[in-house]
Every structure is written in structure tokens, then in C-alpha cells.
Design a protein around this ligand. Sequence first.
Ligand code: ZN
Length: 146
Amino acid sequence: MVLRGLIVAGLAAAGLASAAPQPLAIGHSVRGRPIVAYERGDRSAPATLVVGVIHGSEPAGLAVISRLRRMPLPPHVHLWLVPTVNPDGLAAGTRQNAQGLNINRDFMKLETPEGQAFAKLWNDYDPHVGYDLHTSDGSSHGYYLT
Ligand SMILES: [Zn+2]
């Protein structure tokens, strides 16, 4: 562990360490779990926000976020990546948050701390496009973006 730390410190000093995005805490869930975002890419480019999980029973978007956090980005791409805005639901495997509310339907009333955190991210950083990833059990809902 110490050796790894020394190697990382040495690479950083030489400017060779990877520029892994650092998490930005944007809020907390009902049960106090952190909700984090990662910013990557060219900050002068229009921002795209991607949310991996809003329904805790639909975790497939985590793999997308993981890939987007690590892959090389083309020029002029600016991403805001949120692994989950529903960490309590993700931990419990439930669609709703710990209040039993659907965060995906809370963007008008903002009754959930998770919805409030998500709205603050939108208001503070003003992304141009947003993707809210969901997982289907194979049924077709006719909506590909929400
Ligand atoms: Zn969903």
C-alpha cells in the first residue's frame, strides 16, 4: 500500500498520473448516503448529464457510468456523471427512495432530498442535455429518454 502511494505520488509529481475525476458531493439520501457527481472533459463544451440509477431496482446504468468515468473522451466533450440519485433504493433494490417516493416523479414538488440534490445540480451547472438511464425487463414503454 505504501509502495502504491509512493508510485502514485511520483507519477503525480511527474504529471503522469491519470486525471481520474474526483467526486463532488451534491447531496444526501434520506438515510444519509452521499449522492455524488463526477465532472469530466472540456468544461468549455456544452455539458451532458448522465444519471446511472434513479430507480434502485434498475442498476444497469452503473456500468455505463463506470465506463464513462474511465474511457478516454473525444475533444469538446463535457460530462457530468451521477452514478445514482437513489442510493437508498439502490442498496435496498427498490424503485422508490427510503420515503417510498419515486424520485423520477419528484421534480416538480421536490419532496425528496434526492430530488432536491438533483435539481440543485441542474440549476448550479446547467447541463445542455440529460440522460436518465433506466432498465427494462424487456417490456416496451415507448420512451427512450425521460
Ligand atoms: Zn426506471
